[in-house]
Design a protein around this ligand. Structure first.
Ligand SMILES: [Zn+2]
Length: 362
């Protein structure tokens, strides 16, 4: 994980020196023009002997030289799964942006392409696409495809809204010179374990999962914004507190009949084992991650607000400002919920690798 302040200093210098951070992008491994990152270490073993005979007029001498080179071809390790048949996170390094618009984590370069982790969490070998080794921020537009998430009273699908806001956040962060990648950039279903693997494979400063809420119709004079952080990560908690603070600073002046639970704020949510309940936080544990529930899509008043371009821009600016404060200051953030309401242990049901059909990857 890159040291935060050192990284910011570097990127600040890079931004001041070269305007925008460049990220190495290789068009396929075959052209050899760009190192696509670690190639599988391969030594090979084969025994060969060669005999050379030299004859001189006075004496005949036969010298035999035996040379052995050892070549052991490393057999690629198959994708490892847990006992529920879900791939184990942390097996990949870098991603390939496929020509068909998907982001697939790389298990290893192979031949003139890569062996990859497919969207449904299986293996495939592809030879086209663009390799990306790392980015500064991963943005995860929640839900997608056959999983729309919440649906507003006037039909707004959360998955569409999440993607619209995520694209604006990407523009805002890129405007500050950061490199950013979305886990999906169209309406597609990506299981949570794969979203987590994409975040792990790109070693970002932070991974922000973008959502809009449902689940209560309790009227409040204040927004019901909720930011969930990783229970064991002080960085995740601080980023969540800053995201909460900046989002509220933007939404509050819009004064409306908000939906909110009494414990709205920045909080952790435990699963039955005491770990993080949300897979997008639990699985990429090595990456500072926050799940952002900006406002309640199921509230008709908020649905209307959230569909406005200026409001989506305002949310994107709130994220950009939070990131800047996260990197440039020691501000602790605020709005931390002391005693969150128990939200149950039941599975969210979304984002599993079951009933998943892999798309064409080239
Ligand atoms: Zn959601």
């Amino acid at each position: 994980m890159r040291p935060l302040h050192a990284l910011f200093l570097t990127s600040a210098l890079l931004v001041s020196a070269c305007g925008t951070r460049s990220v190495e992008v290789a068009e396929g491994a075959s052209d050899g023009a760009v190192d696509v990152g670690a190639t599988p270490s391969s030594t090979s073993t084969s025994t060969s002997t060669s005999t050379t005979t030299t004859t001189s007029t006075t004496t005949t001498s036969t010298t035999t030289t035996t040379s052995t080179t050892t070549t052991t071809t490393t057999v690629p390790l198959p994708l490892a799964f847990d006992d529920e048949g879900v791939p184990v996170n942390g097996q990949t390094d870098g991603v390939v942006l496929t020509t068909t618009g998907w982001v697939v984590p790389v298990l290893e370069p192979q031949g003139d392409g890569w062996r990859v982790w497919t969207p449904c969490g299986r293996e495939a070998v592809i030879s086209t696409g663009t390799f990306l080794g790392e980015v500064d921020f991963v943005l995860d537009p929640g839900h997608g495809g056959s999983e729309p998430g919440a649906v507003g009273p006037n039909g707004t699908r959360e998955s569409d809204l999440n993607l619209q806001v995520a694209r604006r956040v990407r523009d805002a962060l890129e405007g500050d010179g950061f490199t950013v990648l979305l886990t999906r950039d169209s309406d597609m279903r990506v299981p949570i374990v794969t979203r987590a693997e994409i975040a792990l494979a790109l070693d970002p400063i932070a991974n922000i999962s973008i959502h809009h809420n449902a689940g209560t119709d309790a009227i409040s004079s204040e927004p019901g914004t909720e930011m969930f952080f990783q229970l064991a990560s002080a960085d995740s908690k601080r980023l969540a507190g800053l995201l909460y603070e900046e989002t509220r600073a933007f939404l509050d002046p819009l004064g409306t009949r908000w939906y909110a639970l009494d414990d709205a704020g920045a909080m952790g949510r435990e699963n039955r084992e005491g770990g993080d309940y949300y897979g997008v936080l639990r699985r990429p544990a090595a990456v500072t991650s926050v799940l952002a529930e900006f406002a309640y899509l199921t509230n008709p008043v908020e649905e209307e607000l959230l569909n406005r371009a200026d409001v989506q821009d305002g949310l994107a600016e709130a994220v950009r400002a939070s990131v800047q404060r996260f990197l440039e200051t020691d501000d602790p953030g605020s709005g931390f919920t002391v005693d969150p309401i128990f939200r149950g242990y039941g599975p969210s049901g979304a984002g599993r690798t079951t009933n998943c059909t892999d798309p064409a990857l080239e």
